[in-house]
Design a protein around this ligand. Sequence first.
Ligand SMILES: NC(=O)c1ccc[n+]([C@@H]2O[C@H](COP(=O)([O-])OP(=O)(O)OC[C@H]3O[C@@H](n4cnc5c(N)ncnc54)[C@H](OP(=O)(O)O)[C@@H]3O)[C@@H](O)[C@H]2O)c1
Length: 286
Amino acid sequence: MSVGKRILVTGANGQLGRELREIASAEWLFTDIEELDICSKVAVRDYLLANGVGTIVNCAAYTNVDRAEEEPEVAKRVNSDAVAMLAEVARECGVKLVHISTDYLFGGEVFNSPIGEDVEPKPLGVYGQTKLMGERAVIESGCRYVILRTAWLYSTYGANFVKTIMRLSVEREELRVVNDQIGTPTYARDLALVIRDICECSVEVEGIYNYTNEGAISWYDFASAIVEIAGHNCRVVPCTTAEYGAKAARPTYSVLDKQKIRGVIRRDIPHWRASLEECIKRMAQL
Ligand SMILES: NC(=O)c1ccc[n+]([C@@H]2O[C@H](COP(=O)([O-])OP(=O)(O)OC[C@H]3O[C@@H](n4cnc5c(N)ncnc54)[C@H](OP(=O)(O)O)[C@@H]3O)[C@@H](O)[C@H]2O)c1
């Protein structure tokens, strides 16, 4: 019914959205909640039709994993109800939906090797549960979609683990960081490049895909590398998840298998350490 050629990014003031802004051509449109609240069906439909949108990249989400435990209704409204509505409007307007999802879909079942796209998710907390509901709504809507599952996102923008460790390792002499959760950090710039490839690809890409950087480490390993690369003089001490005591439960192992996406992207997947060095270099230039 629509269908234009333009690519709309929602939630574009977040860390992934900001990275997309930096690499996108003038054809792309960027909105966050002030310009376009993804919870408003009328606003979304009007925007798609008025602007000739052919693809939505949904970066809007409720991403505070611990706070989601205290306000599950708010998390559900953005991560599930709004996504269901976006998918419905996308189908009605003939628009493709590229939706970003998470490794926190897992954790309820313990794995020790990379998790493929066809493994049944079992989330541990409200954030993962609401993201899973969002995914299911996209799949059931009948719209053309790509679900991109990623993990441990960081960037020069927004609030994230790298920026927190960079700050705390200057303020403190010692940091305690969890050493029994294994995953893969992902530089949002690398993910943004893959999203651009998928949106601008002449071959139609559809379905669920995992994308993270390469490698598998703990948060402790990650923090140690950040401090080392930044050249900060701070001791990083490993602790257990139980000792740390966060509000939300998190997966002990959530490394995602990237075999499937290797078949559709034409670029190498950078190792987490190389991308971290790149990001810290960019931070120093800002
Ligand atoms: N961060 C991670 O470690 C991580 C890991 C795996 C997957 N992901 C997924 O990757 C995607 C991007 O994450 P991110 O880290 O870039 O998130 P982010 O920095 O939290 O950005 C999300 C953006 O969406 C906006 N937003 C919230 N509700 C909205 C609404 N109703 N309408 C329009 N915009 C709204 C937020 O605004 P406010 O800030 O004002 O709320 C924010 O600007 C999300 O789907 C997330 O679930 C993230």
